[in-house]
Design a protein around this ligand. Structure first.
Ligand SMILES: [Zn+2]
Length: 305
């Protein structure tokens, strides 16, 4: 996005459905005339930093002429990209910002779980309170402090935006698998060493995923309309019943923190009395057969058969 739109000025705003926009009238009123001065990421959303309104249009801007920001959260199915203004609108296009280079910054969102908000300096400050540390910048000590003192499950802590900002379901599962930590373990029960292994796994995975422009598991596309590539590197997410890349045991699924959580029952030992969901029929039969094959080959069974 930064490469695509930095420095462009917004000329006009066209809105379709607006139920995911905080204050649609504020967009129409305050965006035209402003230049996009920075494109930043904060947790799971992006912030377009907007210039103050210039002199000619200050008179019509209703007093709100200072620098401001546009928050864009893609939710489940949101997509934002600059497109030549003459091209036909894609289905579910709800926001079009005409730019000064003849392109339109278009936001499409089939399910409208995303969010767009025009934020003054005061609203932005309110918005940013209560967020935890950035997972790519958090220090060893701070990460351990945020996890080890908590009686919540580690998966819930990773997803809690007040603990860390920006970690979602896929990257939580991938980093827990890499660190060999079961998603249902309690933060307070992790050793200092385990939290440090987890922090490094999380950072490695996020950096690689960002370099590969994210994971396209349903319809995510980046600013140039291209799908991400990190889904090819998923080791555990979405792989229920398939073999673990490390130990070949079938990956299992459980609901932790209200979310589907994928893990390897051998590499990520579960806390006591925690049950995974039964494998779906087809995978269960496969896993059983594999288990039987393995048992048949093991030396302890020689002579018994
Ligand atoms: Zn394994």
């Amino acid at each position: 996005m930064r490469q695509a739109i930095l420095g462009r000025r917004i000329l006009s705003v066209t809105l379709d459905k607006t139920d995911f926009i905080d204050d649609p009238a504020a967009l129409e009123q305050h965006l035209p005339g402003r230049q996009i001065e920075a494109v930043e990421r904060y947790g799971k959303f992006m912030l377009l930093r907007l210039s103050a309104v210039n002199e000619e249009i200050r008179a019509t801007s209703n007093g709100d002429a200072a620098q401001a920001s546009l928050l864009v959260h893609l939710g489940m199915t949101g997509r934002i990209s600059p497109i030549p203004a003459g091209l036909p609108l894609e289905k579910h296009t709800h926001v079009c910002l005409l730019l000064d280079d003849g392109r339109e910054l278009r936001y499409t969102d089939a399910r409208r779980f995303g969010r767009i908000a025009y934020l003054t300096k005061t609203l932005l400050a309110e918005e940013l309170t209560g967020f935890g540390a950035d997972p790519l910048e958090v220090s060893k000590e701070e990460f351990a402090n945020r996890i080890c003192g908590r009686r919540a499950r580690i998966k819930a802590l990773l997803l809690d935006q007040g603990v860390l900002r920006g970690v979602g379901n896929i990257y939580a599962d991938e980093s827990l698998w890499r660190a060999r930590i079961h998603p249902a373990r309690l933060g307070a029960k992790l050793s200092k060493k385990e939290t440090e292994i987890l922090r490094r796994a999380l950072q490695d995975i996020l950096r690689k995923a960002i370099a590969l422009r994210g994971s396209s598991i349903s319809d995510f596309l980046d600013a140039s309309g291209e799908p991400g590539e990190y889904q090819r590197h998923h080791r555990v997410y979405g792989r229920e019943g398939k073999r673990c890349y490390r130990c070949r045991v079938a990956i299992r699924r459980a609901i932790v923190a209200g979310r589907s959580s994928y893990f390897c029952p051998r590499c990520q030992p579960s806390p006591r009395s925690f049950a995974a969901l039964p494998l779906p029929g087809k995978n269960r039969r496969k896993a059983k057969r594999r288990g039987a094959e393995r048992a048949g080959k093991s030396p302890s069974n020689i002579g018994k058969s």
